[in-house]
Write a protein that binds this ligand. Structure first.
Ligand code: PEP
Ligand code: MG
Length: 865
């Protein structure tokens, strides 16, 4: 597509365009000057399709008309003969940018009405005249629509009433002169393009501020007459799936033309048991349509919807527009065009919006379904799911055990909620931003999630949620979370199923051949890893091991470890976690089949593993056989004013080293086991929240010792890579010395953003929308990588890291990892890979390929210049 546009721009330099151009095969025309519709019509003319005479007005000509510069229309009317009947349609550069509605039957007047009454019959002539007067009154003279309703029947009385209404409203008779009619139509359409609404609408669709409008004036092909007559549209793919299928509609003259209201019966395009079809009634016309369809597809290199009329058995092609398509269809169409040799593979890759892939991976609310919106928040994890409201993780688990789908609604989630999240079909939180706990876990699990729905109130005591409008929904009521739009809906709207078909896989396989940066997945569990593998991630870029400690009965052991009184006791308790962690890592190695697996050592503050409410504290006291007061005091002693900046990450690794020792042993023993199965694994061990070189030295010393011990115990030699997570500004600044001890540096942009801005990632959601609305931040920096600030730290960190160790492997693994801007940034700075949630991997693969192709094109254009 892009190449094509550039081609047009190149032509523009060397060609002069006339403001009014008769569309012929050789006329000088381009989409950038006359608009996409005009250019498309020229292509149809070049293919020798029976297109009625058409004249194109350039953007410049239309702009001049809007400024009042239309003196006469003689030149425009010249090709159309003495008594023309014309249509005028918009022709913007990209058809998606819209434009004013078409005006048909220009030229209808009393004389023409009388003449057509003779040839076509009075009813048909009257219907044409009525439609034109109505369109002219509403869209050109901008009169009150009420006076111009179309009557049920096209009678002489109705016509004279409408003409009189026009005269009453304007104090002038309806214009009879075709020159005057056409001039007025052109002026009104040209001015409509400059209206505020039209401007805003097209800019929302990506049109530049100075987007131009062209117009095409075409001889009407009425589709009325004596013999077989009618009109319709035809397309050759299903717009929902992209599968080959003839669809469209056809109105025969008797159904469509004379009747002013919608016809009741139908003539089908293709053979149909329900009634007569064009294929049966006029097989040669139908065949010609199919032949034109195939020709247009291959020469215009696109699936087009063709508008046609049949006049006394003769086919006329009025227009062709790109078939509007669902995302799933867009993928299938692009792949089919490439497989048929019509477009090259790289173009197919460029034609699909990566966002469309993400949508295909999840169930979605049917776009046609009614939406009973109860609240909105941040769209944190795409897809939609319906379930009964539950307000605690325990209720979610109980609901899942009963086989009842549920939606977990929480003020915010904490690691304690993880099992409830696993059990729920979707998650809704009142607080939190795009990198909050609920959002990160939701994306990892592929669970639809809306966070930061700050207008929602939760009344736990009465088991209610209360919407901003005061509507109360009870626990047990059914709601739907639409994590794609950020809306929460009451009830259960119709859904569209996820649609991963062969075309999806094919397109991604092609994308991989163009891609020049690695794509890994953030995966914490075997299920995540399997998803990552299914989406062809090139390894795991971040395994957050702490999530494993919330599974099954591990939380209890973890709490015992926290309460241990000495390193020896701690080590003893951790020995019970060792086999579980070893099994976790062994499963990841097995699933990833030799692909790299980067395991991040324990990161969160220990306090997160402890209960916060009375009941939880009582349970814990019972479990540990300790007095409640002692347990409460210990929990309080562990709490911190600012836990995200407190005793976590490598700081824990240094002050409570037994945890990292156990994890390192589990990783290495799983490595040895994999070697035993002939699977060569080189584990990557990553240290979180580093800010000083000495931290790395200390941890490295212990991990090397564990590796040596496991090697000597097992008699198996293995290697491992030790890396550092760069997520404090200091680590980025000191990357040169840190890299001396690190085979890789992985930038954790969630914490790095938090610390660069001094902005809590869990609380930012409260005021982020105000900040973005007032232009303080262009976008939520937790959502869209802040290239100016955080990006500068990344580039400093990357450059200094390389200075310290030239071959250091660079990556990012924060939530930004799958976004277009982050992938572009990482390519530009020579990073080796990005790592993102498993469900974002397909879109990331496609985005990376598109960016590589765009670079290639730019290089090509530069060398051509
Ligand atoms: C990060 O900080 O970017 C990161 C990936 O780690 P986490 O989100 O677990 O803090
Ligand atoms: Mg982090």
């Amino acid at each position: 597509m892009l190449r094509h546009d550039k081609g047009c721009a190149a032509v523009q330099k060397h060609t002069t365009f006339s403001p009014v151009t008769l569309i012929t095969p050789t006329a000088s025309m381009s989409a950038a000057v006359h608009g996409g519709r005009a250019k498309c019509l020229q292509r149809l003319v070049r293919l020798d399709l029976p297109v009625p005479t058409t004249v194109a007005l350039s953007f410049a000509a239309v702009a001049e008309i809007a400024r009042g510069g239309l003196s006469d229309v003689t030149e425009i009317l010249a090709p159309f003969g003495d008594a023309p009947l014309l249509s005028v349609r918009p022709s913007s550069q990209d058809p998606d940018w819209g434009g004013p509605g078409a005006i048909l039957n220009i030229g209808m007047n009393d004389a023409r009405h009388a003449a057509l009454s003779q040839t076509l019959g009075e009813a048909t002539a009257t219907a044409l005249y009525l439609r034109f007067v109505q369109a002219f009154a509403l869209h050109v003279a901008r009169l009150d629509p009420e006076a111009f309703d179309l009557p049920g029947e096209p009678t002489a009385v109705a016509l004279s009433r409408m003409l009189q209404a026009y005269e009453d409203e304007t104090d002038e008779p309806f214009p009879q002169d075709v020159d005057e009619q056409l001039a007025e139509v052109l002026r009104s359409m040209a001015r409509a393009w400059d209206g505020t609404t039209a401007r805003l609408l097209r800019q929302a669709k990506g049109a530049p501020e100075d987007a131009g409008l062209g117009l095409v004036v075409q001889e009407m092909a009425l589709g009325v007459g004596q013999g077989l007559c009618g009109s319709g549209v035809i397309q050759f793919v299903d717009a929902a799936t992209g599968a080959p299928q003839i669809t469209g509609r056809y109105l025969s003259q008797s159904q469509g033309r004379e009747a002013l209201s919608a016809p009741s019966g139908a003539i089908y395009l293709t053979r149909d048991p329900r009634g007569p079809s064009l294929e049966d009634d006029a097989p040669e016309v139908f065949e010609a349509l199919c032949t034109y369809g195939a020709l247009v597809r291959s020469r215009l290199r696109e699936e087009m919807q063709i508008e046609f009329t049949i006049e006394n058995g003769h086919l006329r092609i009025i227009d062709a527009v790109r078939v509007h398509r669902a995302n799933r269809a867009a993928v299938r169409i692009a792949v089919a065009l490439a497989e048929d040799g019509i477009i090259p593979r790289d173009e197919a890759v460029m034609r699909v919006d990566p966002g469309a892939l993400s949508e295909m991976l999840h169930r979605q609310v049917d776009p046609d379904a009614a939406r009973d919106r109860i609240v909105s928040g941040i769209a944190a994890s795409p897809g939609a799911a319906t379930g009964r409201i539950v307000l605690t993780a325990d209720e979610a688990q109980a609901s899942a055990a009963r086989g009842e789908p549920c939606v977990l609604v929480r003020r915010e989630t904490t690691p304690e909620d993880i099992r409830g999240m696993h059990a729920a079909k979707a998650v809704l939180t009142v607080r939190g931003g795009i990198t909050s706990h609920a959002a990160v876990i939701g994306r990892g699990l592929g669970l639809p999630c809306v966070v930061g729905a700050s207008d929602l109130e939760i009344d736990r005591k009465h088991g209610l949620i209360i919407t901003p409008g005061g509507r109360k929904l009870r626990a047990g009521d059914i709601i739907t979370v639409d994590g794609t739009s950020g809306e929460v809906l009451a009830g259960e709207p119709a859904m569209r199923e996820a649609a991963l078909d062969g075309a999806f896989q094919t397109l991604l396989a092609w994308a991989d051949t163009f891609r020049d940066i690695g794509i890994r997945a953030n995966a914490d569990t075997p299920k995540d890893a399997q998803t990552a593998r299914n989406f062809a991630a090139q390894g795991i870029g971040l395994c957050r091991t702490e999530h494993m400690f919330f599974e099954g009965d591990r939380l209890g052991v973890m709490r015992e470890m926290i309460f241990a009184n000495s390193p020896e006791d701690r080590r003893a308790v951790l020995t019970r976690l060792l086999p579980m962690q070893r099994a976790d890592f062994a499963a990841l190695f097995e699933i990833m089949e030799g692909q790299p697996v980067c395991i991040r050592l324990f990161d969160p503050p220990l306090h997160e593993f402890l209960p916060s409410d009375r009941a939880g504290l009582r349970d814990l006291a019972a479990q540990l056989a300790l007095p409640l007061a002692e347990v409460t005091a210990r929990v309080e002693a562990l709490s911190e004013y600012n836990p995200m900046l407190g005793l976590r990450g490598v700081r824990l690794g240094i002050t409570v080293p037994e945890i990292y020792d156990m994890q390192a042993r589990a990783i290495f023993e799983a490595t040895v086991a994999a070697h035993g199965r002939n699977r060569m694994v080189v584990p990557e061990v990553m240290i979180p929240l580093v800010s000083a070189k000495r931290e790395v030295e200390l941890v490295k010393g212990r991990i090397d010792a564990v590796a040596a011990a496991v090697q000597s115990e097992s008699g198996v030699a293995f290697t491992y890579r030790l890396g550092v997570m760069v997520e404090t500004p200091r680590a980025a600044l000191r990357a040169a010395e840190i890299a001396q001890h690190a085979a890789f540096l992985s930038f954790g942009t969630n914490d790095l953003t938090q610390m660069t801005y001094g902005l809590s990632r869990d609380d930012a959601g409260r005021f982020m929308s105000t900040y973005v609305k007032q232009g303080v931040f262009p976008e939520d920096p937790f959502h869209s990588l802040d290239i100016e600030g955080v990006g500068e730290l990344l580039s400093i960190g990357a450059a200094r890291g390389r200075a310290g160790r030239p071959k250091v492997v660079l990556s990012i693994c924060g939530e930004h990892g799958g976004s277009r801007s982050a992938i572009a940034f990482c390519r530009e700075h020579g990073f080796d890979y990005v790592s993102c949630s498993p469900f974002r991997v397909p879109a990331a693969r496609l985005t990376a390929a598109q960016l590589a192709l765009l670079d290639r094109e730019e290089l090509q254009v530069e060398s051509e210049v």
